[in-house]
Design a protein around this ligand. Structure first.
Ligand code: PMP
Length: 381
């Protein structure tokens, strides 16, 4: 129950173990083509161009910055923590002049008015938003922020690494020009794929560049024709695709679409509410400052007074692996629970049970079962 790599379905793992074929074998070409079509549906972006490239989520961020930014361009980073800082660093590497807008405190996100004021200052080629900051479980109002960016003519770029296919995200309807993720989170495939969907405005910005892309591997000049080839069921080659990961991706995207995007968003919301209710009932506060700024793929509780990360070892002994804190300012004071992908109500109850065991083992006083009862009350609704 960490925020990625998550647990993968048996069908996905079977695809990982299939004998690897050539990247131009007819069955692989068909699989890759289908995966690209399905990616467009999972991102809810019918007019988007998907890119599937071997790499992690940071490569997807790198690809966005390398292809959209030219030296001297202005970029606005709406930062909610660790991964906002990373996006700023990547953009700067390609010569962007970056302004960051941060929330007033850890666990918060800048108000829409503040972002609007920054955008008014003007001339931003693009803005980036971290949908769910994995370091804090803060969820941004992507729809509201994207509308502001669009109004001011900025390309809207979404880091959806901890959100896509779990948290509600409607790329085209919400006016997001580029959304990106990685395979190991709610997409449900082992680590190793950078996934990007670029809308028409992002592709136009790339095509109208005056300078070459300053990164050889991430350059869409190479990848665009490869993605177009596979989607029209033709072979293509620039870099050897990770054949088994792409089989696994196609299986997982099929499972996601079989569940249906609306049902999937609703399941993530419901499980998240149950887990968060349990955390509250056990007397723990959360890092996000309010429920409307909280992710549904992740929960970040502060340890109760007198408890520290030694509790996590006991939770692990009880059979559940959780993640420690990541945000440097509060790292030792909180922990993280990921709940995305193929998670169920049983997983939530097992997790809460293990947390109660961990708290009891470190001598924290609480009424046994109070967390479980709070979660179950919501799950039975
Ligand atoms: N952005 C966010 C929001 C993330 O959670 C992560 C990974 N935890 C990344 C970017 C970077 O992805 P990766 O570790 O796959 O490079």
């Amino acid at each position: 129950m960490i925020p990625g790599p998550i647990e993968f379905t048996p069908e996905v793992m079977r695809a990982m173990g299939m004998p690897t074929t050539s990247h131009v074998a007819p069955n692989f070409i068909e699989t890759f083509g289908q995966a690209l079509e399905r990616l467009r549906q999972v991102f809810l972006c019918p007019s988007g161009q998907p890119f599937v490239v071997a790499g992690s989520g940071s490569l997807a961020m790198d690809m966005a910055a390398a292809n959209l930014v030219e030296p001297g361009d202005k970029a606005l980073v709406v930062s909610t923590g660790y991964f906002g800082d990373r996006f700023a660093a990547i953009l700067e590497r390609y010569g962007a002049a970056v302004t960051q807008v941060c929330g007033p405190a850890v666990g918060d996100v800048a108000a829409l008015e503040e972002v609007e004021a920054a955008l008014k200052g003007g001339g931003y080629k693009l803005m980036t938003i971290t949908h769910v900051d994995t370091s804090t479980a803060v969820g941004a109002d992507v729809q509201g922020l994207a509308a502001l960016g669009r109004e001011r003519g900025a390309l809207v770029v979404l880091d959806g690494v901890c959100s896509v296919a779990g948290e509600e995200m409607r790329q085209e309807e919400w006016g997001i020009d580029l959304a990106l993720t990685a395979s190991q989170k709610a997409i449900g495939v082992p680590p190793g794929l950078a996934l990007v969907v670029a809308g028409p405005r992002a592709l136009d910005a790339f095509r109208n560049r005056k300078t070459p892309v300053g990164n050889y591997y991430a350059d869409w000049t190479q990848w665009l024709s490869i993605m177009e080839a596979y989607e029209t069921r033709q072979p293509g080659y620039f870099g050897t695709p990770p054949v088994n990961l792409i089989w696994a991706l196609n299986v997982s995207l099929g499972q996601i679409l079989d569940e249906g995007m609306d049902a999937r968003f609703a399941r993530h919301r419901r499980l998240s509410e149950a887990l968060k209710a349990a955390v509250t009932a056990l007397g723990m506060k959360q890092v996000p400052v309010s429920p409307d700024k909280t992710a549904t793929t992740l929960t970040a509780p502060y340890y109760p007074d007198g408890v520290d990360r030694t509790m996590l070892a006991h939770v692990k002994e009880a059979g559940v692996i959780l993640a420690g804190g990541l945000h440097p300012e509060i790292k030792a004071r909180y922990f993280r629970i990921g709940h995305m992908g193929a998670v169920s109500a049983s997983d939530v109850l097992a997790t809460v049970g293990a947390i109660e065991k961990g708290l009891a083992q470190v001598g924290h006083k609480f009424e046994p079962g109070v967390g479980l009862a709070a979660a179950q009350a919501l799950l039975l609704k």
